[in-house]
Design a protein around this ligand. Structure first.
Ligand code: MEV
Length: 308
């Protein structure tokens, strides 16, 4: 039986605070949900056999979901709907997002989680929504760790370890983050492969680097719980350096991090797969710190306040 879609659903974006890439290799990572990830609405088309229409203006997406489409978004969405035993024709889906797409902020996970919720309904368990989302995420990213989908579904600040655990972190103090988009697109799958190649070249030091990122995640969780921004900022700087050594950064991301620190950030690092996308900077709790766009005309930086 093909069930109808629910009228609306939403999901968060995400920002990884510490632990990206290492999380692919079984280490934990901490991430925070970003509000405004994606909001979808669905209405039935007059012709139940007409292809599903998907339009998200902010992401310049205007697609028909057909079995022969080669567009990765169309393929991923059909995978999610198929996984949920949802309809594969006869609906118009409209979306809105406050986040840039393909910038390391979890836009694809937000889309696949919200779509799974359209199919499974508001009462569906997070674990089922995440599993359906992953069917789509694999189309985009190969073998993602699943952290993006978990944060998109649950929001808040989480510690995640692949196949082992997802735990909510209770903050000791509010977090003030600035996200600075580089405006440079990148592919998560390519970035994972780049880090993989570096790990193969450096079997001993590479493994030590991953374990250092794992230790940085444990200390970051303690710093988040204690409300200790100086320690968290230092850990973010450390993580950025280690990720650079593993091949995940770029000259532009290094420049943006250095500039954020010079402007008063307590720490700054690439977030997500790196190579392009965004940096995340930890802002001091007690001082206004304004960050400039990466370059004239590139997307504006924005601030996120995460309350305890
Ligand atoms: C992508 O947001 C984060 C990576 O660790 C990939 C993943 O966890 O699937 C680079």
């Amino acid at each position: 039986v093909v069930l109808p879609l629910h009228p609306r659903a939403s999901a968060c974006g995400k920002v990884i605070l510490v632990g990206e890439h290492a999380v692919v290799h079984g280490y934990p990572a901490v991430a925070a949900g970003l509000p405004g990830g994606v909001e979808l609405t669905a209405e039935a088309l007059p012709d139940p056999r007409a292809p599903i229409e998907l339009r998200i203006g902010e992401w310049e997406l205007d697609l028909e979901l057909t079995a022969t489409s080669e567009h990765p978004v169309a393929r991923a969405c059909l995978e999610v709907l198929g996984h949920c035993d949802g309809p594969v024709a006869g609906w118009r889906i409209r979306g809105r997002s406050a986040l840039p797409a393909r910038a390391g902020l979890g836009s694809s996970a937000a889309l696949t989680v919200a779509l799974a919720r359209l199919a499974l309904g508001p009462g569906a368990a997070d674990a089922d929504v995440v599993e359906a989302s992953l069917a789509g995420e694999r189309v985009f990213h190969g073998r993602p760790s699943g952290i993006d989908s978990e944060v998109a579904a649950r929001g808040g600040v989480l510690e995640f370890a692949r196949g082992r655990s997802v735990q909510a972190i209770v903050l000791g103090a509010p977090l003030r983050l600035a996200i600075v988009p580089s405006g440079i697109p990148r592919s998560t799958a390519d970035q994972i492969a780049r880090v993989q190649a570096q790990l193969a070249r450096l079997p001993v030091a590479g493994a030590a680097a991953l374990s250092c990122l794992g230790a940085a995640v444990r200390e970051s969780r303690a710093a988040l719980e204690a409300g200790d921004p100086l320690r968290l900022g230092a850990l973010m700087d450390l993580a950025h350096g280690v990720l650079g050594g593993l091949g995940a950064s770029s000259a532009e991301l290094d420049r943006l991090c250095a500039r954020a620190r010079a402007a008063g950030a307590l720490g700054a690092k690439l977030t997500g797969a790196g190579g392009g996308g965004c940096i995340v900077a930890l802002l001091p709790p007690d001082r206004e710190t304004a960050l400039e766009p990466a370059a004239p005309g590139s997307p504006a930086p924005f601030t996120v306040e995460v309350a305890p």
